[in-house]
Design a protein. Structure first.
Length: 227
C-alpha cells in the first residue's frame, strides 16, 4: 500500500512539474513573441511620408508620385484606387528602398485608370505590419488621347490630331535629336511630311492646350503607325 501511495505521489509530482514547465515554456514563448513584435513596431515607426500626389494625364493614365524621408527595412508600398472611396482595389505594388535615412522619390503610371473621377491612396507596410496610409487623392481622368496620329493617304505623310490647340510640334529620332521637316497647321490638326525619313521609330513632341505631350511614331515602307 505504501509503495502504491509512493508511486501515486511521484506521478502527481511529475505531472505538476510538467504542467509548470509547460506554463513556463508558454510564458517564455509569449514574452519572446511580444519582444519581437515590439521590435518590429519600433522599426516600423521609423517612417516618414513627405508627399503623395496623383496627376491625370489625358489619354495616358494617372501618374502617381510620392517621397519619403525615412523608411523601415523591407518596406512595401501599395497604391490603391477606388471609384467611391469605400471599395478599394490594388492598382500595383512596389518595393521600397528600405532602411534609408534621407529623401527617396518614387513615380509610377497607372495605365488602367478609371474614366471620370476616381481616388487614390498609398498604403505602406513593413514585415506584415501596416504603418501608414496616405490621405485620399482625387483625380479626373479623360481616356481620350491628347494626340492622335493617323496615316495619310499620301505615302510618307501623317496627320497629328490634337484634343485641343496644338503648338510647337516637333519630330525626334530615337537619340532625342530634332528633325526639321515640313508641317502644315490647320486648326487642331498638323499634317507632317515625313517622306525623307527612313523607316524606324520616331517621336512626336507637341504642346496641347498648354500641356506637353509625347507620342511614338513608327514609320514603315507602307505607312505610319502612331503610338
Amino acid at each position: 500500500m505504501k509503495t502504491q501511495l509512493s508511486i501515486l505521489a511521484t506521478c502527481f509530482a511529475f505531472a505538476s512539474f510538467a504542467q509548470s514547465g509547460d506554463v513556463a515554456l508558454m510564458e517564455a514563448t509569449r514574452t519572446s513573441t511580444e519582444a519581437k513584435s515590439e521590435q518590429v513596431m519600433e522599426e516600423v515607426s521609423e517612417y516618414e511620408l513627405v508627399s503623395f500626389v496623383a496627376t491625370s494625364i489625358s489619354g495616358e493614365g494617372v501618374s502617381l508620385s510620392w517621397s519619403t524621408a525615412i523608411e523601415a527595412p523591407n518596406s512595401l508600398f501599395t497604391v490603391e484606387r477606388s471609384s467611391d472611396r469605400m471599395n478599394w482595389r490594388t492598382a500595383f505594388t512596389t518595393d521600397g528602398e528600405g532602411d534609408t535615412d534621407g529623401y527617396t522619390a518614387y513615380e509610377v503610371m497607372d495605365m488602367e485608370a478609371l474614366p471620370g473621377i476616381s481616388y487614390y491612396r498609398l498604403v505602406a507596410t513593413a514585415q506584415g505590419h501596416q504603418f501608414e496610409a496616405s490621405d485620399d487623392f482625387a483625380v479626373e481622368y479623360t481616356p481620350t488621347p491628347s494626340l492622335l496620329i493617323q496615316n495619310d493617304s499620301n505615302p510618307g505623310r501623317f496627320t497629328v490630331q490634337g484634343a485641343g490647340a496644338i503648338s510647337d510640334l516637333q519630330v525626334l529620332n530615337n537619340r532625342g535629336q530634332f528633325i526639321p521637316m515640313e508641317m502644315n497647321y490647320s486648326g487642331n490638326n498638323v499634317l507632317v511630311n515625313a517622306e525623307n525619313l527612313a523607316p524606324g521609330t520616331y517621336f512626336v513632341q507637341a504642346t496641347v492646350n498648354g500641356n506637353p505631350v509625347l507620342r511614338t511614331v513608327i514609320l514603315t515602307a507602307t505607312g505610319v503607325m502612331g503610338g
